[in-house]
Design a protein around this ligand. Structure first.
Ligand code: FMN
Length: 370
């Protein structure tokens, strides 16, 4: 596996930089015979694309996908699927300053040191949130594959933003409402509050973090390859590869550390011949394997580093303390745009594990045609 590739059977390679020519993904190992059009990928990209609302960056990109290979007559062929979107709304001039004055909280400093200054610094280059468009492109293929072969559904949404939280989540509401507002929160009133908080914080030249919850339905029992490719270890790795993601918890998560075994254990019972558990504190994972219950995890995102307020940093050429006001167009919170990223990144992991476990055949015989 390379640093920019993920997976064994469903292999995903991410390429491109924020202000370079394009962002792209290559998927190798997708079974032949999956009905796949550019529209399948486009509809996922549209949920992530910038410049669509007041709560996101004002950079305007079409993010129009081109599938370059691996699909013939609208079916996957079994060959590598290369996809890309072009970068058109580029304005690297505002980033000139951060070449020598690294943004606190961003990767400018570490990238410059590691790559000897050869890294593409424009818009954060390879460290920009824009690279997550490649996760979405590959994930769109994985999502369709999982849905058509195993009926797997992946639903992520904003659970908390800037300290405002929804506690009870109705699954049906999450399924139907999550993309009906700009903050990707299924509860309308909470979404309104979150939006107000973002607008206010942006006005103050600042940014906000939050938590995304992801629920996966219809996973068969036994997805995961313990110990180093258990379902939870692979998901944690993938989620922490999303820029600005800082924590992952499964099921009851960190709270389980504070309760007793008798409170945390999920009791088994039989429901119409199917073995289920009465509660789901485990988040649908036992021993690194899916147990047939909804697979539930949450990802914590830090507030975006690029804020308009004046900050202190150093000039790395002179080692002098300097002031920095980050210019350019930035997300006041990465959370809303990270929701489709979490969904699609989850699909990549699950497609790989489902193929590794033999749940998906190598030829699908035209699966997915409407
Ligand atoms: C969808 C998305 C959009 C992002 N947009 C921004 C942004 O506008 N400004 C910013 O400073 N960081 C943004 N980030 C986060 C940075 O890319 C990230 O914080 C940076 O690479 C440093 O990595 P780290 O936070 O994981 O340490 C975004 C992340 C995602 C997932």
């Amino acid at each position: 596996m390379t640093a920019n590739g993920y997976g064994e059977k469903f292999f995903f390679m991410s390429f491109g930089e924020s202000h370079g020519k394009c962002i792209g993904a290559v998927v190798d190992g997708c079974p032949a015979g999956l009905y796949l059009t550019e529209q399948d990928v486009q509809k996922e990209l549209d949920l992530r694309k910038p410049g669509t609302s007041i709560v996101t960056t004002q950079r305007r990109e079409e993010d129009k996908v081109e599938i370059l290979s691996g699909v013939f007559n609208n079916f996957t062929t079994g060959a590598p699927i290369a996809m890309m979107i072009r970068n058109s709304d580029k304005d690297p001039s505002t980033y000139e300053e951060i070449r020598t004055k690294p943004r606190p909280g961003h990767a400018d400093f570490t990238a410059r040191v590691k790559y000897g200054g050869y890294n593409d610094w424009r818009g954060g280059g390879r460290f920009s949130g824009r690279i997550t468009a490649s996760f979405v492109m590959a994930g769109a293929v994985a999502k369709k594959l999982l849905n058509e072969t195993l009926g797997i559904e992946i639903i992520a949404f904003t659970k908390e933003l800037g300290g405002i939280r929804i506690n009870e989540v109705n699954l049906e509401e999450a399924r139907t409402n999550r993309y009906t507002n700009e903050v990707r929160c299924p509860d309308k009133d909470t979404a309104e509050e979150m939006k107000k908080r973002i607008v206010q914080t942006r006005g103050e030249g600042d940014s906000l973090g939050g938590i995304i919850e992801c629920i996966v339905l219809n996973l068969p029992v036994g997805i995961g390859e313990p110990v180093f490719s258990s379902i939870d270890s692979e998901i944690a790795k993938m989620m922490l590869s999303i820029p600005a993601a800082k924590g992952v918890e499964f099921g009851r998560g960190f709270e389980a550390a504070r309760i007793k075994g008798s409170e945390n254990n999920d009791e088994f019972y039989v429901d119409n011949g199917i073995i289920r558990t009465k509660t789901n504190n485990s988040g649908g994972v036992l021993g690194g394997l899916s147990n047939g219950m909804p697979f539930i995890f949450r990802v914590a995102f830090k507030p975006a580093a690029s804020i308009a307020a004046t900050q202190r940093t150093i000039d790395i050429e002179t080692n002098e303390a300097v002031e920095l006001r980050v210019a350019g167009r930035h997300d006041p919170s990465v959370v809303p745009r990270a929701v489709p990223v979490v969904e699609n990144a989850t699909a990549i992991v699950l497609a790989d594990l489902a193929l590794r476990a033999g749940f998906i055949p190598p030829v699908l015989k035209g699966k997915g045609k409407e």
